[in-house]
Design a protein around this ligand. Structure first.
Ligand code: DX5
Ligand code: ZN
Length: 223
């Protein structure tokens, strides 16, 4: 089954508790953290994770769109994040950072921008639980997917297959009915669902939308 990770920054913050409860069948919540430097925007921080953990048992992944993740990883781990995903573009010593995340008892991932090549992935894969493929330049919800992203997912899938490891391939950016099937066919198994494919629906449809994407591999990818 495919995992669905709602992008919580796209939820209605005036009614966040109702939003989170309506998203209860999701596989993980995706928390976007932006520092105004690595990306030209600001979004969520560790205190929202502490709050979410008080009312939901859905695991939390944290997408760290920041220049200096090493300085902040502990705060996100302490707040209750389950999977911590800094960007490969800013990690000076990726294996050290990923090992540090694991030493805190958390799963470790890397996020990779659309134009970043995959050359370092084979050298860090032993420390990875998740690779988050950005399918838009990070920083804003509601952008259009960039070209050749399914091809990139397929290349990552090949790299993973050469190991005997299970590594999730997450895709993030304009994931919707029109874009998800090809990405899943190429090897993606975690769909970050934001303004394009989930929060454009009314709240009473969230469970149905989540279920549809969780089963997208069985329904749409037979041939
Ligand atoms: C983009 C963020 C995403 C985004 C995805 O920088 O990391 O999580 O909100 O949702 P869409 O593209 O559907 O609005
Ligand atoms: Zn994200």
């Amino acid at each position: 089954m495919i995992k669905v990770a709602p992008s919580i920054m796209c939820a209605d913050f005036l009614e966040l508790k109702a939003e989170l409860l309506a998203l209860g069948s999701a596989d993980q919540f995706h928390i976007d953290v932006m520092d105004g430097h690595f990306v030209p925007n600001f979004s969520l921080n560790s205190s929202i994770i502490t709050k979410i953990k008080q009312i939901s048992s859905v695991p939390i992944d944290v997408h760290l769109m920041m220049d200096n993740p090493d300085e902040h990883i502990k705060a996100f781990a302490d707040a209750g994040a389950d999977i911590i995903i800094p960007h490969i573009e800013v990690m000076k010593h990726p294996n050290r950072t990923l090992s540090y995340i694991k030493s805190l008892g958390k799963k470790a991932g890397v996020s990779i921008n659309p134009a970043t090549d995959l050359s370092s992935i084979p050298y860090i894969i032993d420390n990875l639980d998740t690779i988050c493929v950005m399918t838009v330049d990070p920083g804003f919800a509601g952008q259009k997917m960039l070209p050749n992203m399914a091809q990139k997912v397929a290349q990552i899938n090949e790299i993973i297959k050469k190991t005997n490891k299970t590594v999730d391939i997450m895709v993030d950016g304009q994931i919707m009915e029109e874009t998800a099937p090809l990405l899943v066919k190429s090897g993606a198994n975690v769909l970050v669902m934001g303004s394009s494919g989930l929060f454009n629906h009314p709240r009473n449809e969230y469970a149905e939308v989540i279920s549809k994407f969780q089963h997208i591999d069985e329904k749409n990818l037979k041939n």
